[in-house]
Design a protein around this ligand. Structure first.
Ligand code: FAD
Length: 515
């Protein structure tokens, strides 16, 4: 390398650094002059450069803690009016449970949506009940509010300490999705601030294109400030059932049978278990074996097993009827008989189950570790090849976090939204959810876990499985184009209609703001 080129590189870096400093100091002074009812913070914003994934850390220049929707509109309008030259971007931050910096805005403005959550939730009873909520509200709080009226949302995520805006920007998938669709299929109306700072109310009937764009839109077309969510009568109790299979085909056949049946369970998920010891013994802490003697003879060690997880909702006066129904449903399945475990918990306890696990992990310092998660949607016709290649070969253990696998019905997804699914009537969600132990060079180290993810993705590509990523992470626009396939053009049109300067959600790395 010539000394002259080293010198010019140093000069270039210095110029860029000076430009960044000037840029961020002019951002600070221009935001200080902006009239908002909430407030901007310019220091102590490290929380906005952190997320659950704990791998990406980009500090913003400012964080807005909005009090009113008009604060968000004024801020975005301000950035819009500064034009493309400012290079400034804006990211809504829900509960910051993204995995790869999707809610971060390097040198930009992060909007702390939770400070809007103090606004009132309004439950509407009647034949088709619904609740109006601020988008920064956590699902757990919505559940508690709705339960005061004997109601609850229909579709959930496994973990409820996530915001409405955060999950609606993705999809919101859990064991109820086979019947009700994801959370984005259970919304009647949204209030959105677009990338031009306009506040727009949208629904199927009004501004329908924006409504569909924002649902599953990865924050690209507007910031959701309020949502109207469909409700149903809430049950009081839940029968929670687990059974094991040693053969993937039988497990998947039973899952598909259950999600297609008229009369079925209320929640259907599944887990892959590889090389785990003492599995059934761990269950005993919270589940009861149907046949204790047989269960005690079951040995799980070293085998790859598949756990079907089911629930049936009920009210205390329906216990006998529900037990009969469960017996009849279970009689149609081919699980290993000695592995039937059942428990009974309140509806809230069931829905908030991951929070109970969170508290345990936090107490052991395991919650704040890096989470190299990988979520995939696999078409039904390819799930067996996937299982053989991944569960049978790439995955050597699942001791570092759960691996979920369960099918959903595509008919419950609305293809006018921004969400893209595989092109088949049934597809599976497969979620690898490990935590990494820092500076470990073993199987639980970050680099090792990331390399497993890469191997899984490479395998899917080489075998042409037609897999889509859920909570997608790509680094090039080429990859995004291929993710969206024929829907890419719609995405680009919507971007130019609602956020033409590409101000919003830069952490998704789909569009770059022109500078
Ligand atoms: P953030 O991480 O804050 O934001 C996510 C993205 O949405 C960012 O791009 C952000 O800019 C954008 N955004 C946030 N708020 C808004 C808004 N109001 N308007 C527009 N854009 C916005 N997902 C499932 O589907 N099913 C599950 O069962 C499930 N379980 C999970 C369990 C755990 C422990 C964790 C950590 C995540 C889980 N997720 C699940 C993933 C989760 O749904 C997403 O990570 C979701 O984005 C988190 O919500 P958040 O409020 O933390 O969003």
């Amino acid at each position: 390398v010539k000394p002259k080129s080293i010198l010019s590189t140093i000069l270039l870096v210095c110029c860029m650094a000076i430009r960044l400093c000037l840029c961020s100091s002019s951002v600070v002074s221009s935001l200080k002059a902006l009239h908002v009812q909430g407030q901007f913070s310019f220091d102590g914003n490290e929380f906005a450069a952190t997320d659950f994934g704990n791998q990406f850390h980009f500090l913003p220049s400012a964080v807005l803690h909005p009090k009113k929707v008009s604060d968000i509109a004024a801020t975005i309008k301000h950035v819009w009016q500064m034009g493309p030259a400012s290079g400034l971007t804006v990211a809504a931050r829900g509960h910051g449970h993204s995995l790869q910096g999707q809610a971060q805005a390097p040198q930009g403005i992060v909007i702390n949506m939770e400070s809007l959550s103090g606004q009132e939730m309004q439950v509407h009873r009647g034949k088709f009940p619904y609740v109006d909520v601020p988008a920064g509200e956590l699902w757990i709080n919505i559940l508690h509010e709705c339960l005061k009226y004997g109601l609850a949302p229909k579709s959930w995520t496994d973990y409820l300490h996530l915001t409405v805006g955060g999950t609606l920007s993705n999809a919101g998938i859990s064991g109820q999705a086979f019947r009700h669709g994801p959370q984005i299929s259970n919304v009647h109306q949204l209030e959105v601030v677009t990338g031009k700072g306009e506040v727009v109310v949208c629904s199927e009937e009004k501004n329908a294109d924006l409504f569909h764009a924002v649902l599953g839109g990865l924050g690209q077309f507007g910031i959701i400030t309020r949502a109207r969510i469909s409700l149903e009568p809430a049950p009081k109790m839940v029968k929670w059932i687990r059974v094991l299979y040693s053969d993937f085909s039988t497990f998947a056949r039973d899952q598909e049978h259950l999600i297609s049946a008229e009369n079925t369970f209320d929640y259907i998920e599944g887990l892959v278990i590889v090389n785990k010891t003492g599995l059934i013994n761990n269950w005993r802490a919270s589940f009861n074996p149907e046949d204790p003697e047989q269960a005690s003879q079951f040995v799980s060690d070293g085998r790859t097993l598949f756990c079907l997880e089911l629930t049936k909702n009920f009210n205390p006066d329906e216990a006998t009827k529900i037990n009969k129904e469960i017996k009849s449903l279970l009689s149609q399945l081919s699980y290993i008989p000695s592995t039937l475990f059942v428990t009974e918990v309140s509806y809230v306890e069931f829905l908030d189950r991951v929070h109970a696990a969170e508290l345990k992990l936090r107490s052991k310092g395991l919650w704040e570790l890096p989470h190299p998660w990988l979520n995939l949607l696999v078409p039904r016709s390819k799930i067996h090849s996937f299982a053989e290649g991944v569960f049978g070969s790439i995955l050597t253990d699942t001791n570092n976090g759960p691996v979920l696998v369960y099918p959903v019905n595509k008919s419950k997804w609305d293809n006018r939204t921004s969400f893209v699914t595989p092109e088949e009537d049934i597809f599976y969600l497969v979620a690898f959810l490990p935590h990494a132990v820092p500076s470990s060079t073993e199987n639980n180290g970050l680099q090792h876990l990331l390399s497993i993810n890469k191997r899984i993705l490479n395998f899917c590509e080489a075998a042409h499985l037609g897999v889509k990523q859920y909570l997608p992470y790509y680094t090039t626009q080429e990859e995004w184009r291929s993710h969206y396939g024929p829907r890419w053009e719609v995405l680009v049109q919507r971007k130019s209609a609602y956020d033409p300067l590409a101000i919003l959600a830069p952490g998704q790395r789909i569009f770059q703001k022109a500078i």
